[in-house]
Design a protein around this ligand. Structure first.
Ligand code: NAD
Ligand code: MG
Length: 360
């Protein structure tokens, strides 16, 4: 097991990464103000991992209330949140009781928001079980739910007391979900860690084979990169925007196809290749560097081209993107492999050519 501390002053917390962690109650106990928890999970992850986590805690004298919600992004909503409150209230969960999220980013966001709001805030622990959740959504303190009018529109910044990333849980993750998580991993290399990007070029096959040691390294390195960005900009004043590399194009792909057709990570992967290609057009990357990005994305079994929605559709979708400030699209681009910049100074013609020459 390896540990990283997210440095947020009084709200600092550890991220433990390694194999077999969900069976180790001693890692959780020091973070519980009283021996009482509710574990929120879903109908896919619950049958796989709830018993192990629950038994470990109960053997250590902790009372456990399991709350199982249906699986899917469509359940990250006010109705499911209401069911969680109902279960907590019915069980008279006190203010010192801890909520544990056991699942992917959907469960983490939902449970985190429940913890932020139930009794005006109760302790919260993340046990992320997707690669995306282990490297991205469980770090940074964003929690929330979707609204019928928009994704993640209701939420709060609320930090966990602990993140327990058990690499063994990734053994059951579908291949496509693993690859989607790898998109965000590659992202950290591209935006601020050239050495990590080179490591990924050397070790992609080990990650795809779910080698525990390689996964532990990649997860910890990803979390460290995200944690450093978040520590410098906890509430998204500026720097944190670099975490959106590939997301301007990616959100257009997701929205254009209809949410859920491509996984978020798949859209981000193609989006990062487009961002690299646009960076080349601005004179920042070489052709060879763009090819390195494209090749790594493909080796991670991710798409390196955007779906052909037609240029006008992309332009409309990207104009609506929330990264627009004062009417101009702000792009996260690459000055070099390992250094991102945020700029609104992109000639429209270059953005258009990037889209037209990178659709499948
Ligand atoms: P997810 O939570 O929907 O999980 C993907 C699928 O994998 C689900 O069907 C889930 O049940 C299943 N699953 C989870 N763990 C498994 C395991 N170990 N074995 C087998 N199946 C498993 O999706 P995700 O990609 O983890 O997260 C996406 C969500 O995260 C979105 O709602 C997004 O908005 C949110 N998100 C939040 C942040 C943040 O900063 N808070 C950042 C990125 C994404
Ligand atoms: Mg993302």
């Amino acid at each position: 097991m390896q540990t990283l501390t997210v440095d947020l002053g009084a709200r600092s917390y550890p991220i433990h990464v390694g194999a077999g962690l969900i069976g180790r109650a001693e890692l959780i106990l020091p973070h519980l103000p009283m021996p009482r928890v509710a574990i929120v999970t879903n109908s896919t992850v619950g049958p796989l991992y709830l018993d192990t986590l629950r038994a470990a805690l109960e053997d250590a004298g902790v009372s456990v209330l399991p709350i199982v919600v249906p699986d899917g992004e469509q359940y990250k909503n006010a109705e499911t949140l209401g069911h969680i409150y109902d279960a907590l209230l019915a069980a008279r969960m006190e203010r010192k009781g801890t909520l544990i999220a056991l699942g992917g980013g959907v469960i983490g966001d939902l449970t985190g928001f429940a913890a932020a709001t139930y009794l005006r805030g109760v302790p919260f622990i993340q046990v992320p079980t997707t690669l995306l959740a282990q490297v991205d959504s469980s770090v940074g303190g964003k929690t929330g739910i979707n609204h019928p009018l928009g994704k993640n529109m209701i939420g709060a910044f609320y930090q966990p007391r602990l993140v327990l990333a058990d690499t063994d849980t990734l053994d059951t993750l579908p291949d496509r979900e693993l690859s989607a998580g790898l998109a965000e991993v590659i992202k950290y290399g591209l935006i601020r860690d050239a050495a990590f990007f080179a490591w990924l070029e050397e070790n992609m096959e080990r990650l795809l084979a779910r080698d525990g040691e390689a996964l532990t390294f990649a997860i910890l390195r990803s979390c460290r990169n995200k944690a450093e960005v978040v520590a410098a900009d906890e509430r998204e004043g500026g720097l944190r925007a670099i975490l959106n590399l590939g997301h301007t194009f990616g959100h257009a792909i997701e929205a254009g196809l209809g949410y859920g057709v491509w996984l978020h990570g798949e859209a981000v992967a193609a989006g990062m290749v487009l961002a690299a290609d646009l960076s080349r057009r601005l004179g920042w990357l070489t052709v060879a560097e763009v090819e390195r990005v494209r090749r790594l994305v493909r080796r991670a079994r991710l798409p390196d081209r955007a779906p052909d929605l037609g240029l006008p559709r992309y332009q409309a979708l990207m104009g609506l993107d929330k990264k627009v400030e004062g009417g101009r699209v702000r792009f996260v681009l690459l000055k070099r492999l390992g250094e991102a910049v945020v700029t609104a100074d992109v000639p429209e013609a270059l953005a258009a050519a990037t889209i037209e020459e990178n659709v499948a």
